[in-house]
Write a protein that binds this ligand. Sequence first.
Ligand code: UN1
Length: 495
Amino acid sequence: MNITDLMTRLGVDESAYASGGLVVDTPIDGSEIGRVAPDSAETVEAKIAGAQDAFLAWRAVPAPRRGELVRRLGEELRAHKHDLGRLVTIESGKILSEGLGEVQEMIDICDFAVGLSRQLYGLTIASERPGHHMRETWHPLGVVGIISAFNFPVAVWSWNAALALICGDPCIWKPSEKTPLTAVAVQALFDKAAAKFGDAPEGLSQIVIGGRDAGEQLVNDRRIALLSATGSTRMGREVGPQLAGRFGRSLLELGGNNAGIVTPSADLDLALRAVCFSAAGTAGQRCTSLRRLFVHEKIYRSLVPKLKKAYASLSVGDPLEDGTLIGPLIDQGSFERMHYALDRAKAQGGQVSGGEHVGEAGYYVRPALAEMESHDGIVLAETFAPILYVFKYSDLDEAIALQNSAAQGLSSCIFTRDVLEAERFLSATGSDCGIANVNIGPSGAEIGGAFGGEKETGGGRESGSDAWKAYMRRQTQTINYSTELPLAQGVKFDV
Ligand code: UN1
């Protein structure tokens, strides 16, 4: 697959992707699309030092001016949406509409961050002491490390980087080794925006190409004030304690095992479409993908056969082609893990339909449904593939309890037209996830809300709402504008 024209239009020099030790393949047909040069420990060190220098300058630039850089980044993304979206599809295998959607998500967070750059509000607080006042001010934090996964190769960077930049923090990004070309292209767009901006310090946003060693270097370096890591719970279990050991801040976006509940009052046609998009779409490779579906016994027999029929009709194939709904899995490892999970589901007594390998080159699969009797074993593991485990339930409380019994707590949803059921699901005793939806699937969140989840999902929040606070340090300030020195809590200390 020739990507030279695409890269040229994105402003990437051939030397950045045509030679180097890391070979990049497209999951579309397994062919080579580029080679990038991995960083060494020395180059990573130099990049961290450069980012730290950039921090000392950038933190003093007024936040609305920092916002101007992010505005320009958003403009570059708008102008190159089609090319970058296509590159996302070629490198990650998601269908073109989703590749473009991912770039739109980047544009959206840039817009959000630009507005935020004129806010970053603190509080003023009443002081108990006469002639005093208190306030809370948010200051830039330091260098932000970003480790991202293959499935959202560019959007997750932008959720972090757009906020970090307006908050006064430089970024160092280690993309997935499976998707470095999109990162190289985004870096070129950032460089273009920075050149138009004028006086952005060198080293404000950089990429590091590498695997585990490069990631660990970021994790262990005290100059990385915040490390935002997206990936498996296994990765988070290593990264979290290492960061905690040096009192570094972490923002973890780890695994999900997202569930949906379909109640008897649900609009079944709507639920069916939402389930297909969220469970089979993106070939089940979103952290928000729907993996477990609880269907009430009264509607099980009308919904599940329809779902099977819809699944059989979903077009699987080249993600660049119009009409394709499901692209390939990222690689052979994913394919093997999917089949391992389906074998385990069958061994647990599950009725499996779908899951077959489709086509020749590339790991294309038909999405699978597994009707399960027991909610245990493989069902409790996150398999990054289009497998939907389906269960029959009779009591809503029982379905919510089963949903919450997964170790992860990212996203969840209920399909119902009964306000009591919807509110019960959203209440303190309902879903225990970071995201809870009514009459939409668990995936496809907008950037305006805080994104992330509880329990083994890691607890981090990125993107909208007040997620920006993770990228700043809070300072409580008390100012005495009197000539007296009254002490708090009535303490007397007369000298
Ligand atoms: C991810 O899968 O890592 O909510 C992120 C969604 C997207 C983001 C997914 N907006 O599905």
